[in-house]
Design a protein around this ligand. Structure first.
Ligand SMILES: Nc1ncnc2c1ncn2[C@@H]1O[C@H](COP(=O)(O)OP(=O)(O)OP(=O)(O)O)[C@@H](O)[C@H]1O
Length: 432
């Protein structure tokens, strides 16, 4: 199959002044130009096959946005060739692609037509776009009156529902509250599963590792590495070096012991089941910071209130915690925990809770909850019912904070002292 995207020796130069006063100088003395040419991209060649998700990583100023703007057609290259097969939809700059004087509704049609969809095709998707964006009555207000959060919700919804062949997402823009992040990432995963080709820009190595089939590392306007995400990201982490750690600031200590609670999910879009029993409420509580933020390391409790509508022979009640990239981090249910209910009579409203130590690392997570029969007849299932964000005081890599401990052994200078220290720690060497 032909590649969806082909870049051949693409370069981009910008003209810029070193100091603002140079601009004035040039106005006063037009023959003595002080403009400098800056090469933002140099000789980029890249082919992307259909259905691939490619992560673009690189330090600030590496050229990621410039590259993606060239692919999206909002910037022309200084030299080289760009070929895109099919529709490209890009979420690059906040508000780009929107006419501020038009209403949200008009902008949806305007963008759809720019992407080559017929008015009927846009009408067919309109309800879905509006439902996802959740901007309510603002749909008929001019976009210039929107908050940045509303703008990003509508912009993401438009690009993610117009069935592009190539979707370009700058992850930095797909943020907002934890719930919106979870919905964005879910939609991106759905598009990936449908075979959409995706270019995904991110500073978050974990995001690229989990979502992308391949990664491209840009540095100084050139491709430094392309290939397996793990391999490329190791290189990226080396580049970041201590930079990140220097920027890391531990949390202030005023953060303890608020509660957090999620209530009724009556009309949840990701809900299904035959209704013989329903989950009337589910909520999470523990050491929190704000409504949907919890601290790493504390206890979390997920409580369910159930409503039994018909006598049930048995029930399996469970939860599944996923990260934003759909990876299941943990799941369990009452059978695995050997807690069978005594009776499930019609009209009863049992309540139960799961409690665990929160070892998740910083990030956004979702919890799917369900009640089914032991042989998987689904009574009620709410996918990604709860969304919460974990905040971690300590910096560590990965999804779980195992809270490793460290004991120096080699600070003892003599072999005898090392042996003594090993004895006192009760440790054995790997070879013993
Ligand atoms: N319109 C412009 N005029 C002059 N220089 C520009 C222009 N746009 C980008 N640049 C420069 O080109 C370089 C690459 O910028 P770009 O925004 O593509 O980097 P990036 O990798 O997306 O960075 P970040 O991660 O910070 O968003 C930067 O040094 C930037 O200052």
């Amino acid at each position: 199959m032909d590649p969806v995207l082909e870049l051949e020796a693409v370069s981009k130069c910008f003209q810029r002044y070193r100091h603002p006063r140079d601009r004035l100088w040039e106005l006063l003395f037009p023959r003595t130009s002080r403009v400098q040419t800056f090469q933002a991209l140099e000789n980029i060649s890249l082919q992307v096959e259909p259905g691939r998700t490619i992560g673009i990583v690189g330090r600030n100023g590496a050229g990621k946005s410039t590259l993606l703007q060239i692919v999206a057609g909002t910037l022309t290259p200084s030299s080289g060739r760009v070929k895109v097969r099919g529709r490209v939809a890009a979420l690059l700059e906040l508000g780009s692609g929107f006419n501020p004087e038009f209403t949200g509704r008009q902008n949806v049609f305007f963008n759809g037509q720019l992407l080559g969809l017929t008015p009927q095709e846009i009408r067919d998707r309109f309800a879905e776009i509006v439902a996802f964006a959740e901007i309510g009555d603002f749909l008929d207000q001019p976009v210039k009156t929107y908050s940045s959060g509303m703008m990003v919700r509508l912009a993401f919804s438009v690009v993610a529902h117009l069935d592009p062949e190539l979707l370009i997402v700058d992850e930095a823009l797909a943020v907002g509250d934890a719930r919106f992040q979870a919905r964005c990432m879910k939609r991106i995963r759905e598009l990936k599963e449908k075979g959409t080709t995706i270019l995904f820009v991110s500073h978050d190595a974990n995001a690229v590792r989990m979502l992308c089939d391949e990664a491209v590392l840009l540095e100084g306007g050139r491709i430094l590495e392309r290939g397996n995400p793990n391999w490329v990201l190791n290189h990226y982490n080396q580049l970041l070096g201590l930079e990140d750690r220097d920027n890391y600031r531990p949390l202030a200590q005023e953060t303890q012991q608020a509660g957090l609670c999620y209530v009724e999910q009556a009309a949840h879009p990701n809900r299904h089941g035959n209704g013989r029993a329903t989950i009337s409420k589910a909520w999470l509580s523990g050491s929190g910071l704000q409504a949907d933020k919890v601290l790493q390391g504390g206890d979390l409790t997920l409580t369910f209130q159930l409503q039994i509508h018909q006598d049930l022979p048995d029930a399996l009640i469970g939860l599944s915690i996923r990260n934003l990239y759909g990876v299941v981090i943990y799941g369990t249910n009452n059978l695995q925990l050997e807690k069978r209910p005594k009776a499930l009579a019609a009209g009863s409203s049992p309540e139960l809770s799961f409690r665990w130590r929160n070892q998740l690392n910083a990030g956004v997570y979702t919890i799917s909850i369900a009640i089914t029969s032991e042989d998987c007849e689904v009574y009620d299932w709410i996918d990604e019912a709860l969304v919460f964000e974990v905040v971690n005081d300590r910096f560590c890599e990965g999804v779980i904070d195992l809270g490793a401990d460290l004991h120096w052994i080699s600070e003892f200078s003599s072999p005898a002292a090392i042996a003594t220290s090993r004895d006192s720690l009760g440790s054995t060497s790997p070879s013993s």
